[in-house]
Design a protein around this ligand. Structure first.
Ligand SMILES: *Cc1c(COP(=O)(O)O)cnc(C)c1O
Length: 379
């Protein structure tokens, strides 16, 4: 059993993917071939924004947005404390200060009340300029944009949606990667929509930002590649990856997103009486980057993890260490106890195998093991 079975997906789409790859190799358009522009157009249309700018990975996508916004030393960007390191790394990379915000215990996403407290504190301190918020659609579930967009407006902050895990999700039919001033996603193989290497994309309705982003992704180009009007980077999506993604995106829209939602609901039905299962708020659809349960203690989580692994079930802990406890952020002066929810989650979460090709009998096997284990604990 695989945690996310990319081989099963390849077998299902093999003929289409193989011929898409062969087309690129035959045509020889490896950089910015027509598949890249076509893929960008279909992504923008699906997400419901004016511009999609693909790039080399999700981290670059976020960095480039912060470059477009001129984020620099002296600025503060608010980020959730419970996420993958890249979310705050890009802020530090720009020389700005990430200010961590605790998350909600049920959605795992940024707690909007704590966000407002955090913003007020930075304003009161007066040491740094609050400039932006990065929200994360953790495990496939959109952050609370109804509340967070209001807060961003109230305090005149730019909002970047880190939709690396959220692509395909929605709130009342408004798609992930359409919230805030700009959004970023990742096509890392294990993400909801993944390629066969690294890849990423930026989404925005802002014409000026889109123009700027297209320039900086190719060395700050002006009218052509050897006319350089600003300092940029080299961050393009390979044509081969775009061609693979076109095929995978079709399957994603046609059935994968629906399948993975069915699988998640089977998990929830079988587990909700015995462990804490994911909470999907009314009107939200998750793209299920992960299916994450919460155990009662760190000890219980670790023992269950070992037990399931012994039975051959691949298990991953996303994430064992909150951002404020990372060695890279020692200098920021945070300590244990600063973000109780994020700390509790890092001790108690456990992610189960999930992907659109997971078999009914595998879910049956996994949930049966968990049930037996829980019953044994209660004896
Ligand atoms: C994967 C991920 C990223 C980074 O994407 P890459 O394509 O690996 O650079 C950023 N944020 C979150 C929440 C992620 O899960």
């Amino acid at each position: 059993m695989d945690f996310r079975d990319l081989k099963a997906q390849y077998q299902a789409l093999k003929d289409k993917i193989d011929s898409a790859i062969i087309d690129v190799v035959t045509e020889g358009n490896f950089i910015m071939g027509k598949q890249v522009t076509e893929f960008e157009q279909s992504l923008a249309e699906y997400v419901g924004v004016k511009h999609c700018i693909t790039c080399a990975n999700g981290t670059d996508a976020m960095t480039m947005v912060l470059m477009a916004w001129g984020i620099q030393k002296g600025d503060v960007v608010f980020v959730p404390d419970f996420t993958f390191f890249a979310t705050s790394e890009v802020v530090s990379f720009m020389g700005a200060v990430p200010v961590f915000i605790d998350v909600d215990k049920d959605t795992f996403n940024m707690d909007f009340k704590k966000l407002e407290e955090g913003i007020k504190k930075v304003i009161e301190d007066g040491k740094y300029n609050p400039k932006a918020i990065i929200t994360v659609d953790l495990f496939g579930l959109c952050a609370d944009y109804n509340e967070i967009e209001k807060i961003a407006e109230k305090y005149n902050l730019l909002l970047l949606e880190d939709g690396a895990q959220g692509f395909g999700g929605s709130i009342n039919n408004k798609h992930a990667c359409s919230f805030g001033n700009a959004a970023a996603t990742s096509f890392f193989p294990a993400k909801p929509l993944g390629c066969y290497g690294d890849g990423g994309a930026i989404f925005t309705n802002d014409d000026n930002a889109a123009e700027y982003l297209k320039s900086i992704r190719v060395h700050g180009k002006g009218s052509f590649k050897y006319d350089n009007v600003r300092i940029g980077v080299n961050s393009r999506l390979d044509t081969i990856q775009a061609a693979i993604l076109q095929q995978k995106f079709q399957a994603f829209k046609d059935y994968e997103l629906e399948c993975i939602n069915k699988i998640a609901s089977v998990y929830t039905k079988k587990l909700k009486e015995i462990v804490k299962t994911p909470d999907i708020p009314e009107g939200y659809i998750s793209s299920w980057a992960q299916y994450t349960i919460v155990l009662k203690s760190n000890k219980e989580r670790d023992v269950l993890k070992t037990y399931l692994e012994k039975k051959g079930i691949p298990i991953v802990i996303y994430y064992p260490k909150p951002l404020h406890m990372q060695a890279a952020y020692k200098n920021l002066g945070y300590k244990l106890g600063d973000f109780p929810v994020s700390e509790m989650l890092s001790n108690c979460v456990l992610s189960l195998p999930i992907h659109p090709y997971l078999k009914e009998r595998d879910i049956e096997f996994i949930t049966k093991l968990i049930k037996e284990w829980v019953n044994k604990q209660e004896e």
